[in-house]
Design a protein around this ligand. Sequence first.
Ligand code: FAD
Length: 412
Amino acid sequence: MTVAVIGAGVVGMATARAIQRGGRPVIVLDDVDPGRKTSFGNAGFIAIDHVLPLARPSVLKRVPSMLLDRNGPLTLHTPSLFWLIPWMLRFGRAASSTQEVAKGVDSFGALMAEANIAWKAEIQASGLGELFKSKGALYVYETLAGFEGGAQERSLQAAKGTAMEILDGDQARELAPGLSPHIVKGVYYPHGMHTVSPYHVVTTLAERFVAEGGRIEKTNVEGFDVAGDRVTAVRAGGRSIPVDAVAICAGRASGDLTRYLGFKAPLVAERGYHVMLEPDNVRFDLPVSPAERGFFITPMREGLRVAGTVELGAPNRPESWHRADLLKKHLEAIFPGVGGAETSRWMGERPSLPDFRPAIGRAPRHVNVYCGYGHQHVGLTLATATGRLLARLLDGESLPPALAHCDPGRFG
Ligand SMILES: Cc1cc2nc3c(=O)[nH]c(=O)nc-3n(C[C@H](O)[C@H](O)[C@H](O)COP(=O)(O)OP(=O)(O)OC[C@H]3O[C@@H](n4cnc5c(N)ncnc54)[C@H](O)[C@@H]3O)c2cc1C
């Protein structure tokens, strides 16, 4: 029974590894080398503390003020407005609906519980130990109002058993020397984990996949051959590759594939940036997020990574590099004098569905098509959980009930 996994990002490669472990032949199809798209440049944080969906009233309320602030965490590509409106209306509906927010909380509860176990298991299975550090993570606040704004999330985290320590400014500075004196509060998550090279996590998964008999083919998937309610072949590079099952893990482009199978994946490209700096004066060893500015500062193997910001727009537009410059300004405000010369910069497209819940599960019309996309800000975190869940589905097991809220068919 050959399974084709479409997409060699972190989600696709983790899914391929999980299915391979079940003893099935797996082929991964991607038109670029593993880990070259969005999974290349993330902040590296395994965010198991992420328990509230981004589609929620407090975020919706902040959207106008964030958009008006040129240096704020959110911006919108105005010429894409027409293209974005349907997604934004759906986001607004999801964020203001108590039931939809509850579905997000439910599903993230189940997913994060799985993510915690799944990464630890994959680190062992794929020999990823040197790429991960368990140093915790620190969120810092510049105002007391900002800190209070996180109260709802913290109480939910506490209810779910997430360990955390509330720090004053000095305690935060002790944990991350070099932090600006104006930081007034911090929240430390002692069980947080991060990778020092997100790209090498994917390439190592790919190497292990191939070493254990998996096949990766560099090709663009253009459609499917279908017989009744089954996909019989994947069309790629002008030929049909016979398959017994398919997993769509194509990140932001997944909607182009689901369209062939008669269902919608209204994904937007939520663009984010990173800059890599020489690690001058870096005296901390854990990811630090200035929560009010919405970005991450992560010490990595190749230097200091400053990553984040959200830029909503249609896909395939030129980069807006001033967003990367902005990240450097934010870093200087939070860690004055930390970080040296810039060594590289990057833009990636977070694959985001309007309700900010991923699509994980079986496709609505074809019994042998499985979906794992729409992981937005937490795709690294949820990659191995997604892989394990899809592998279980392939084995005929059912998903935890809360994952009904991540049904890929929910957008029609
Ligand atoms: C700035 C930034 C910081 C982030 N920080 C974090 C973080 O700290 N923690 C976290 O958990 N997440 C983080 N994320 C989010 C995370 O990086 C993404 O959610 C994740 O990488 C998505 O992985 P993916 O495999 O779904 O997509 P991708 O990595 O984009 O992979 C999809 C693959 O599918 C392939 N593909 C698409 N269409 C086709 C086709 N038709 N045929 C063949 N192949 C196809 C593409 O070429 C691509 O290789 C961050 C994102 C950004 C932008």
